[in-house]
Design a protein around this ligand. Structure first.
Ligand code: ADP
Ligand code: MG
Ligand code: MG
Length: 252
């Protein structure tokens, strides 16, 4: 589904990603961990097509297409979902209306007809139950005054509605409490199927108590320096990152 080869990206003169290699197949959940400042959020942003970074090398193939050729909106339409794609507050636009537009754009791109109001409500109700989000939250203006947990619920709801092929969740917010972590984890677990894949960027081993990743990768200094299964995350929790840094510093 996703094949990243030797991806390099800079901010200004500074090299941030120094050759990322990653293969993600349908049905898989990948966790990306690593020390602060190693490039995790940069990787997520580059995959989303954010403009602050300059891709200076490598390839990103998504379902046979060169993802780097597409702008952020096109990537979303192709089925890439980024939790922070729509972090903006939009006063006066309810989450429901926002989602209706977003979903119909995606459907149009897939060659499907726009949903009627009745069908939209039906789909919405089903997804609301799935991710346990309340109607009152959806009636409110998008993200306006949402608490951390409400934002998370809303993100997972968007993910449920859009049914992306690949979701990239960057759990950077150190303010995430255990409930918010659970919301994210439950969402990922419930929405997982054999045709979609998820990349979860996290600082917290704790999140991986709830989401069971198929693979765990450690990003350090712009490279994936170690990959393993969920046991690797447990080892990291126990031993920290120093041993990995030492290994990597010898290698590069
Ligand atoms: P992580 O998510 O792993 O903590 P980031 O991807 O946020 O790491 O950051 C990687 C490196 O890029 C850090 O050294 C950080 O200081 C730098 N960086 C990130 N964003 C910017 C920016 N907008 N301008 C300059 N440097 C940045
Ligand atoms: Mg950081
Ligand atoms: Mg980060």
């Amino acid at each position: 589904m996703l094949s990243i080869k030797n991806l390099k990206a800079n901010i200004g003169e500074k090299e941030i990603l120094r050759g990322i290699n990653l293969e993600v197949k349908p049905g898989e959940v990948h966790a990306i961990m690593g020390p602060n400042g190693s490039g995790k959020s940069t990787l997520a942003s580059v995959l989303a097509g954010r403009e602050d970074f300059e891709v200076v090398g490598g390839e990103v193939d998504f379902q046979g297409k060169d993802l780097l050729d597409f702008g952020p909106e096109e990537r979303a339409r192709e089925g890439v979902f980024l939790a922070f794609q729509y972090p903006v507050e939009i006063p006066g636009v309810s989450t429901i209306n926002f989602m209706k537009t977003a979903l119909n754009q995606v459907r149009e791109h897939r060659g499907e007809e726009a949903l009627s109001a009745v069908d939209f409500l039906k789909v919405m109700k089903e997804k609301m139950e799935l991710v346990e989000i309340s109607q009152s939250l959806l009636n409110r203006s998008l993200n306006e005054g949402f608490s951390g947990g409400e934002k998370k619920r809303n993100e997972i709801f968007q993910m449920a509605m859009l049914e992306p092929k690949l979701s990239i969740l960057d759990e950077t917010d150190s303010g995430l409490d255990i409930d918010a972590l659970r919301i994210v984890a439950n969402g990922v677990n419930k929405l997982k199927n054999k045709d979609n894949a998820t990349i979860v960027v996290t600082h917290y081993q704790r999140l991986l108590d709830y989401i069971v990743p198929d693979y765990v990768h450690v990003l350090y200094n712009g490279r994936i320096v170690k990959s393993g299964t969920k046991e690797l995350a447990l080892e990291l929790e126990e031993k920290g990152y120093d041993w990995i840094k030492a290994e990597a510093d010898q290698q590069f």
